[in-house]
Design a binder for this molecule. Sequence first.
Ligand code: ARG
Length: 575
Amino acid sequence: MKKFYKLLEEKVKNSLDVCGYKCDEVVVNESNRPDLGDYQFNGIMPLAKVYHKNPILIAGEVVDVLKKDPFFKDVSMAGPGFINLSISDDALINFANIDDYAYPKNDHLIFLDYGGANVAKSLHVGHLRSANIGEALKRLCNYLGYKTISDTHLGDFGRPLGLVILELSKRFPEWSYFKDDYKGEGENVVITNELLEEVYPYASAKAKESEEYLKEAQIMTKRLQNKEKGIYDLWLKIMEVSKKSIKEIYDRLNTSFDLYKGESDAENCVPELLSYLDKLNIVYESEGAKVIDVKEEDDKLEIPPMLLIKTDGGILYSTTELATIYERVKEYHPDEIWYVVDKRQSLHFTQVFRASKKSGLTKDTNLVFAGFGTMNGSDGKPFKTRDGGVMRLLDLLEEVKKESLKRLNPNILDNRDSIAEDIAMSAIKYADMLPNIATDYNFDVEKFCDLEGKTGPYILYSTIRMKSLLNKAKENNITYDKIYKIANNYDRELLIILNNLDIVLNRCFENKSLNDITEYLYRLTTSYNRFYTENYILNEEDKLKQASWLYLTSIVYQVNNILLDILAIKVPDKM
Ligand code: ARG
């Protein structure tokens, strides 16, 4: 990948060297006063302190050196020692013409845990955010050259499954799974996902009302965890049905995983984990349960011990979480594990991360919690349906798709459904990744689907228009192979914005948040659209100018596609 800032910062560093000033980290920023220069260097003041010299004098010396470099059109000093830098047209053009957008591959392995759907339960908007953000972070890591492994970490073994199986045993006592003499043969039971999704909320509500039902559910959960043959086989069947429908939703979200493991896989590692922990003397008994102390001296809030084994001998979310870390480290030796999970689970992860550090499980593995905020309803409260229930993810997708279909160009007659699907996904994903990961935001279907403003459909529409311009040029046998000249401020501004790509990608990687990419897409696209309206590209008589503009269009088109692909947003042929 070509790195404009690196080039620029090296030039500034060299000029400081020439003048006899050592500066280890030179940082140049895009100017917030483009009328004064394209970039600015604000590092003279701290140097002046080190060298006990008037900053204006230092800046003056440095400016004199930089001015001799034809890379710059203009270098000037401002205020008490800021340096403004304007890039020469030739330098901008030469850099833009370098066709190098790939990063070298490296061996650093990042394990990503996202998705987190629960078996036999409908996915909800929280799962949407985890899938969108996690998938995009994975693609970003890959684009930057990192190795990744992704895993959904399905919720597939806890109390919800106990509840579902209990309720099924009450409704269908005749199923052979529930018979004492179950042999595991000839089972012809039909289980649908609809049934499962209806059973879970029913059973969950009932367990809240009835103490007895809750107890029965706990016993059922225990029977499942003990892998009692009939119960376990029924569970396998539920897993098959539920996983299929979960995968269908992830397909729609253009999200995929290397591993479809879950809490149940981690459960297999629990005995090994427990015997490992036993040797360390960090597990102790508290009120009949087994716990690990995880508080640290400078905690401002009290961090309670991590529960490892319940009083009844059962295991919990934190147990399988720790066992999963144990397994992942043993099996894959990742350098990092990133968790893309609702930020309201941060206490759980603080406890688990500390327990794993304390037990030496992750000596060589960095654990990262990328916690996301909630998507709220228009009232600013966590998303609910009209009747107060949790909004199913599928219903939400359908609502956005309906809105997208309404806005779809009526002249398009073919593939309307699949185009509307692409537009809807762009609307949801773009809106989901527009704020910083940790920020809550409100669901607003009309705003998300708008063809104007910071929306997925706006970016898609503009990107498609770039492609159709390039196609028209081809039909008219107009060729373009590079940028020859800068004609005005519209194309110049685009070149400056394009120089930011590497910085934007790396900032997202550092912050584990995609908002810099979504904002950048908007900035690049709006700037392109201004350029497009102001310049009559296909009618331009100056052939070098025309070729330059088309080539610039092809670059912006390429960058938009790279970024949309990182966000896992598909671009339809037309819309
Ligand atoms: N299944 C969980 C839920 O729906 C999310 C799992 C997140 N990943 C993890 N390793 N805990 O809340």
